[in-house]
Design a protein around this ligand. Structure first.
Ligand SMILES: *Cc1c(COP(=O)(O)O)cnc(C)c1O
Length: 396
């Protein structure tokens, strides 16, 4: 985000922004960190994944809470995201999970970032850079234990071990893998991946390659208890309160709420059309509210005539198509509804809640994508204790 208004600014600082915010409760994030840490076995610690703008919650703001919350390390996908954290002068080790080009490896090595080895070419590039520059490179070796995505496969291990033996400046700080099916109870691949990982570790050890640290489970793996004592975990979604800790029983606190205000409220008799394509027609005396949020903000157009929002604690269905900047909702029968009322697109209002899971289910996707779609056009309103501040790509 381009500009950050610091917490010292008065509340008025939010007045010049559009009245649509993603509200992010950083204290809830910190409580979630503590709750997850409390559930881990002895010696296990958290690597907090804050890639993709912290899944829309803000990479820098989340990383700052990690640094004071006892998190061992933060992980991102891109060099750019690592630089974003360092530029904010946040003192926490950073792991880059994604593939890097040789010039990027040089920058990462100079900056002290740990780099995931995504394949044999990636290992060769890291070794080349360290040999050429004499710089120490810290790597986390990714082993593909059966997900079939990134990582070294069994056939790569001999050459990898041989190359590492000739690369004294390359430090194997960790060896890790990633589950493909941990979100499903008892999928047979999960146990198979664990045993493949163990056997690949043994193969590497026999060739002189080992690491002081292993990590395998992400949020779903932690939820299923797939964590060995001493192993670290890489968790993103879990800390955002959008994944249960034990398959549905103890959910953590959702961190993000997406809210707007009614910008237009009108009474229409039966037989009136709403929105592009005239896909909704009023069938009764109706009260229709227009909300200044659209698909350009990340409110998916597939929610046309399907989504629901909360107003005065009650559900109001989306009426007609989602436009780029606007949606209409049917608020007929909601007692006392007024121009300017608060609208909850995601989050809690009164006794009801629209969760990222609910939106994801309606869209045939996962909560990760619901969060990642929240566009930079939506200002982020951070809360911590009594402090509030806005981060936005726009200057006001
Ligand atoms: C994104 C990512 C994670 C975090 O996954 P969550 O399900 O959000 O916990 C962990 N590991 C890797 C390799 C990832 O790319």
């Amino acid at each position: 985000m381009g500009r950050t208004c610091m917490p010292s600014l008065p509340d008025k600082s939010t007045e010049l922004y559009r009245p649509t915010f993603a509200e992010i409760d950083l204290d809830a994030y910190s409580r979630n960190i503590a709750a997850v840490q409390g559930r881990l076995p002895v010696g296990s610690r958290i690597i907090a994944v804050v890639k993709a703008g912290g899944y829309g919650h803000g990479t820098v703001e989340l990383a700052r809470r990690c640094a004071v919350g006892g998190v061992a390390m933060v992980a991102v996908a891109l060099l750019e995201e690592a630089i974003e954290i360092s530029s904010a002068r946040i003192d926490i080790p950073i792991l880059i999970l994604g593939a890097l080009t040789p010039p990027q490896i040089e920058v990462a090595a100079r900056s002290g970032y740990a780099m995931a080895v995504v394949g044999p070419e990636s290992l060769r590039d890291v070794c080349d850079v360290s040999a050429r520059t004499g710089r120490r490179c810290k790597v986390h070796l990714n082993l593909d234990s059966g997900m079939g995505r990134v990582g070294l496969i069994r056939d790569d291990l001999d050459a990898a071990a041989e190359l590492l033996s000739r690369s004294p400046e390359v430090e194997v700080a960790a060896i890790f893998s990633h589950y493909a099916t941990a979100s499903r109870a008892d999928h047979p691949l999960t146990a198979r991946q664990r045993s493949v990982f163990e056997s690949m570790l043994a193969t590497l050890r026999a060739r002189g390659v080992s690491a002081p640290l292993h990590h395998m489970a992400a949020s779903a793996g932690v939820m299923r208890g797939l964590v060995e004592p001493g192993e670290f975990v890489r968790v993103g979604l879990l800390l955002l309160g959008a994944e249960s800790l034990d398959d549905g029983h103890s959910r953590l606190e959702p961190v993000l709420s997406w809210r707007s205000r009614i910008a237009r409220l009108k009474r229409l008799g039966p037989g009136n059309f709403i929105g592009y394509g005239a896909s909704f027609e009023t069938r009764r005396d109706s009260l229709i509210a227009t909300i200044p949020v659209g698909y350009a903000d990340g409110y998916d157009r597939m929610l046309s005539n399907r989504g629901e929002v909360l107003i005065r604690g009650r559900r109001a269905p989306v009426a007609g198509r989602v436009s780029m900047d606007l949606i209409n909702v049917d608020v007929t029968g909601i007692e006392g509804v007024q121009f300017g009322d608060s609208v909850t697109l995601l989050g809690r209002d009164g006794d009801d809640e629209i969760s990222a899971d609910e939106l994801a289910e309606k869209l045939g996707t996962i909560p990760y994508e619901v969060f990642c779609r929240l566009s930079a056009r939506v200002p982020r309103l951070y809360r911590s204790g009594s402090q509030r501040w806005v981060s936005s790509k726009f200057n006001t």
